[in-house]
Design a protein around this ligand. Structure first.
Ligand code: CP
Ligand code: NVA
Length: 302
């Protein structure tokens, strides 16, 4: 694996190897076993959008691996003044050992990978959030022992999270159902990928139908970063696409609830359900650290 740009690029074996390494690094961290796998290496971190979890977990994760993280604000970089991406990618490749990018267009992370010569990690685009899904799969394995044969149901917007969960869930051996309003379907390329999985994938417009028999219920904000001006329209379109007590009843007993965060209580999830599943949700947030350390270690070690 040279880059980590989207889960469509990863084989199931690569995904499971990353998850096993994430578990190992988590165990070592909890038991005070140092793992300076990336000593002497530097990771650049470009954020074109806000972040709490991703920024802090990458930065501390790189430090725990013995390396140096560099937060690069587009406000300070020449890229913010129009320096071409193809030049920035080639320059940064001369200094850094890896580059993490959070931005809008998926094409930007693909282009950094194409023009640069160092590993590139997608830390969220409008199309995908693969780092989050690695943490999600790690958390599902912790609670349900395995991903194989389990059913994941995503309720809400067919956004970057839905796209990555469909691909990651199916590749990890899960059945995946996605409940979205008709006009907010997941990306076409993802739907085409999922179609090959037959009845292991289901796209529905009824959250109750999607949640039936689910082992994992997942939701995300109705308006993603960059869509704030559509908030009012989206609140109307997504009314009912919420994880609440009724939806929980349709799921399997013992079903877990995950949310990538930040959460909007009263919109995509009720406060009651959120708090009842807070342990799972904050374990999931913690696992961003361990899963991303596995990604960095895999891509950046000698
Ligand atoms: N889930 C997630 O990516 O959170 P941040 O936007 O805070 O990084
Ligand atoms: N879909 C959300 C995910 C945030 C982690 C967004 O892109 O804003």
């Amino acid at each position: 694996m040279k880059h980590f740009l989207k889960l469509l690029d990863c084989t199931p074996e690569e995904i499971f190897e990353l998850l096993d390494l994430a578990d190992k690094l988590k165990y070592e961290k909890k038991h005070g076993i140092a793992h300076p796998i990336l000593a002497g290496k530097s990771l650049g971190m470009i954020f074109q959008k806000s972040s709490t979890r991703t920024r802090v977990s990458f930065e501390t994760g790189m430090y725990q691996l013995g390396g140096q993280p560099l937060f690069l604000s587009p406000r300070d970089l020449q890229i913010g003044r129009g320096e071409p991406l193809c030049d920035t990618a080639r320059v940064l490749s001369r200094y850094l050992d890896g580059l993490m990018i959070r931005t809008f267009a998926q094409q930007e992370v693909e282009d950094f990978a194409k023009f640069g010569s160092i590993p590139v990690i997608n830390a969220l685009t409008d199309f995908a959030h693969p780092c989050q899904v690695m943490a999600d799969l790690q958390t599902i394995r912790e609670y349900h022992k395995t991903t194989e044969g389990k059913k994941l149901c995503f309720i809400g917007d067919g956004n970057n999270m839905a796209n990555s969960l469909i691909v990651g869930g199916l590749k990890a051996g899960m059945s995946v159902s996605v409940a979205t309003p008709k006009d907010y379907a997941p990306d076409k390329t993802v739907m085409e990928f999922a179609a090959a999985y037959g009845d292991k994938f289901q796209w529905v417009q009824d959250p109750m139908e999607g949640a039936a028999g689910a082992d994992v219920l997942y939701t995300d904000v109705w308006a993603s970063m960059g869509q704030e001006s559509e908030q009012a329209i989206r609140e109307k379109a997504f009314a009912g696409f919420q994880i609440n007590a009724k939806v929980m009843e349709a799921a399997n007993p013992g079903a877990m609830v995950l949310h990538c965060l930040p959460a909007h209580r009263g919109e995509e999830i009720t406060a009651d359900v959120f708090e009842a599943h807070a342990n799972e949700i904050f374990d999931e947030a913690e696992n961003r650290l361990h899963a991303q350390k596995a990604i960095m270690a895999t891509l950046m070690k000698d």
